[in-house]
Write a protein that binds this ligand. Structure first.
Ligand code: GLN
Length: 463
């Protein structure tokens, strides 16, 4: 019997290499599990071979496999090529289990903005898995995939990892190719790994990262080291006070994070309070100018001609308008309007140009802290998983879910979320932020902490 709830990708690889299980058996163990979470939008047949199965967020283009980005406007879109991350995965023998649910165009924090219905949190079916990568998150925590690919613009890998109780890395901007990935906000989007533990996360990152001739924003990446050590001796941890004492952080979340910080000290790390005053104050506001501005431009390509849906009209203009009206849900429409306004002549300097300057301030604040610290820590999400429906009618409340994940994304920095305990019976995520290209440091620190915390990633109702 293959226990898909507990099996790590590393252990799966070992079992395959030792021929204790066949590739077909392994794939079937996941494929045959009932998806009562609505984690998948599309499930694939076993392509054969004996690599490790992988779930893929539906914003990542997959040759011959529908790729909808959670939107009606791409309902019948089937890419004719693979995203670079998929090509890399296939080169390592990984086999695609299916495409996972996402907020439409990755816009959201709960996966309730998907045109194909919400995904359910495996810990409590009445709650959200987080978003936008709720499908990949639910698949990994719910035993429907050993690991998965997500994408993160302002928190969509880290926040669902926190709410579902597993590990997620948002890599340094430019270390993972965006070629073939449905674009949301190009200066922020990064694909990253979603996994059951830190070593699997590092391993998947090593597979997908690296320079890609098809994405000129990518760079060579330092060799990825799979973490082993259980000591934190010498590690300098900064605790930004605004991120740990921010309004709206649940007490149970703060408690679990504080326990993890104490554990880090007992493992040999030095811990010191520090400050990111402007990053936290202005991060969300700045993000909600930059990201919609870029989105409004990226989403202009869905015109009824080039991709997916078309709704006919009397002339070209009417066809485009009808297609976009029928194809986009409320959230993309809201962002297109905000973004178009922020970019319009007369307002450009007041909004977009100002936001870009604030972004530079945020980057500098982080850079200054990394002269004194190796990692910064905070809660990943201010709250545990909330009930489905609780925030759908309040976009601003929804946007505040990313209060703590957004600042480092704006600065282009890597962030890792690991589970650090439970509050109200639901997982709490600890966010570790590193300097640019500091992934190996994050893996080392997070692995040592993971051993000490000893969190059971299997949802209680499934044990
Ligand atoms: N929740 C944020 C948003 O709605 C971030 C989403 C993401 O990282 N893709 O834009």
């Amino acid at each position: 019997m293959i226990d898909t709830l507990r099996l790590t990708a590393e252990e799966a690889k070992r079992l395959l290499e030792a021929r204790e299980i066949s590739g077909a058996e392994l794939f079937a163990a996941y494929a045959e599990r009932d998806d009562d979470l609505n984690a998948y939008l599309h499930r694939c047949d076993d392509p054969g071979g004996d690599g490790i199965p992988l779930a893929v967020k539906d914003v990542i283009g997959t040759k011959g496999i529908p790729t909808t980005a959670g939107s009606r406007i791409l309902e019948n879109y089937v890419p004719v090529y693979d995203a670079t991350v998929i090509a890399n995965a296939k080169q390592h023998g990984l086999r695609i289990l299916g495409k996972t649910n996402t907020d439409e165009f990755a816009m959201g924090s709960s996966t309730e903005n998907s045109a194909y219905g919400p995904t359910h949190n495996p810990w409590d079916l009445s709650r959200v898995p987080g978003g936008s990568g709720g499908g990949s998150a639910a698949a990994v925590s719910g035993g429907l995939a050993p690991w998965a690919l997500g994408s993160d613009t302002g928190g969509s890998i880290k926040q669902p990892a926190a709410l579902c109780g597993h590990v997620g890395l948002r890599p340094t901007y430019g270390t993972v190719s965006r070629f073939g990935v449905v674009a949301f906000a190009s200066s922020l989007d990064q694909v990253g790994p979603v996994a059951k533990n830190v070593r699997d996360c590092a391993y998947l990152y090593s597979i997908i990262s690296g320079r890609d001739a098809n994405d000129s924003t990518t760079v060579e990446v330092p060799k990825v080291e799979l973490p082993n050590a259980d000591s934190l001796a010498g590690l300098r941890i900064g605790v930004p006070k605004e991120m740990n004492g921010a309004e709206g952080i649940e007490i149970g979340v703060t408690d679990a994070v504080n326990r993890a910080i104490s554990l880090a000290e007992s493992l040999g790390a030095s811990v010191e309070e520090c400050s990111l005053p402007r990053s936290v104050d202005y991060g969300v506001a700045c993000y909600y100018l930059v990201a919609p501005a870029e989105a409004s431009s990226n989403l202009a390509r869905y015109d009824g001609v080039r991709y997916g849906l078309r709704v006919d009209g009397d002339d070209f203009r009417e066809m485009v308008m009808r297609t976009r009206d029928a194809g986009f849900g409320d959230e993309p429409k809201r962002r297109i309007m905000i973004g178009t306004y922020a970019l319009s002549s007369g307002y450009y300097d007041a909004y977009y140009a100002t936001a870009q300057k604030v972004r530079t301030v945020i980057k500098r604040e982080h850079d200054a802290l990394f002269e004194r610290f190796d990692v910064l820590v905070s809660p990943t999400s201010p709250t545990v998983a909330f009930p489905i429906g609780a925030k759908v009618h309040d976009p601003l409340a929804m946007y505040l879910n990313d209060l703590l994940t957004i600042p480092s994304c704006m600065a282009g920095l890597p962030g890792l979320s690991i589970p650090c305990g439970l509050s109200e019976g639901l997982p709490v995520g600890l966010q570790l932020i590193g300097p640019q290209f500091g992934e190996n440091t994050l893996f080392r620190a997070a692995h040592a902490l993971e051993q000490a915390i000893d969190f059971d990633p299997v949802p209680e109702r499934l044990r």
